[in-house]
Design a protein around this ligand. Structure first.
Ligand code: SF4
Length: 352
């Protein structure tokens, strides 16, 4: 076994099948056999191509299952934990099962490795809502106000910002500045939620950009209706859900607004048996896999960008590594841009 490679349990088919059924609630035998065949090919190719697979929590269950459970992912997590895992990986090649800004972030932090995104169509409405030029214009309108960018931004936007934050560390980052005014981009709902929850604590004015996530902005009356139909359930809401929904739901129902990691921790510590999820539908599969004795219900809204990544194009990416076709999926960035985008990311990591 090469260094950095996770050995595959000889019992992997049984482990994968159990975990997959736990996460999905069931599937046809035909689909399961196809998946097992693809998983086996990926196990072999990862060794042959010296590759690590990083998978976001919004990926389909077959990509989220980790090698310890017979699956293909060396690490499953949120965007920052995946990029940090990329820096620690010993493999020369990283296949990033997430969206473009995440694969870019992994490349910015790990320039000694090749990072591959299995489908270039995996973008993000939030990242695409703002450009580096927009940030420059905001700076001109609010001179002296530091710019904090959520990690869900493209590299050319990151390069124009002072520091990056995630939904996990946003307030800690905001409090690290003495300035009374801060520019926060690009998610207006996350900004409003942060102001609502921590405004008094930080005592700062947040200047927001008008970006939003096409998935989380859809959690409106649907969540409120579910809480009325399931009064014993607790509620799990992501920071990117509109503030009006968060306020109205959490005024009447026990639960949390937070990052994906906060949501996972909350479920682990709660004695409740039923939860209503206000985040991407496949996070529900993650939760079912981690907490099989709890029940999760959701309006089930999928991110169409995330679903551009499939087990088939992940397999194809591995097949292309080391061939002239690999450039199709390789993240390539101008070195000057990479260096400039690295600075605000490194500041965040040093502060976290
Ligand atoms: S869920 Fe929202 S923020 Fe995440 S990739 Fe999809 S569009 Fe972007």
């Amino acid at each position: 076994m090469r260094p950095g490679k996770t050995s595959i349990n000889s019992n992997w088919k049984k482990l994968f099948t159990e975990k997959y059924l736990q996460m999905t609630g069931g599937t046809s035998d035909e689909k399961l056999q196809t998946l097992l065949h693809q998983v086996e090919e990926i196990h072999e190719l990862k060794l042959e191509k010296n590759a690590t697979i990083l998978a976001h929590y919004y990926m389909p269950p077959e990509l989220q299952i980790e090698t310890i459970d017979g699956g293909v992912a060396d690490h499953t997590g949120d965007s920052l934990s995946l990029s940090v895992a990329g820096t620690k990986a010993q493999a020369a090649n990283i296949v990033f099962c997430g969206v473009k800004f995440m694969a870019e972030t992994a490349h910015i932090l790990s320039d000694n490795k090749k990072v591959f995104l299995p489908n270039a169509l995996a973008g993000c409405s939030l990242a695409e809502s703002i450009t580096g030029e927009d940030v420059k214009r905001m700076r001109l309108k609010h001179p002296g106000a530091p710019v904090i960018a959520y990690i869900n931004t493209n590299a050319e936007t990151k390069a124009e910002c002072d520091i990056i934050c995630t939904s996990r560390n946003a307030i800690k980052i905001a409090n690290s500045f003495s300035s009374p005014e801060l520019i926060f981009v690009p998610d207006k709902y996350m900004g409003q939620n942060l102001v609502h929850k921590f405004g008094k604590e930080t005592n700062k004015k947040f200047i927001l950009w008008d970006g939003s996530c096409i998935v989380h902005e859809q959690f409106l009356g649907n969540i409120k209706n579910m809480t009325m139909a399931e009064p014993e359930a607790e509620v799990l809401l992501h920071w990117e859900v509109p503030e009006q929904t968060v306020t109205s739901v959490l005024n009447t129902t026990k639960g949390i607004v937070g990052s994906t990691s906060d949501i996972l921790r909350y479920v682990e510590e709660s004695s409740a048996k039923k939860f209503i999820l206000g985040s991407e539908c496949d996070l529900g599969a993650t939760l079912k896999g981690k907490f099989p004795n709890k029940q999760f219900i959701s309006p089930c809204i999928y991110c169409s960008y995330m679903k551009e990544i499939t087990i088939s194009n992940t397999l194809e990416t591995l097949q292309q590594i080391g061939t002239p076709m690999e450039t199709e999926k390789l993240i390539i960035m101008d070195e000057e841009l990479r260096r400039r985008a690295f600075i605000p990311l490194k500041r965040m990591i040093d502060l976290s």
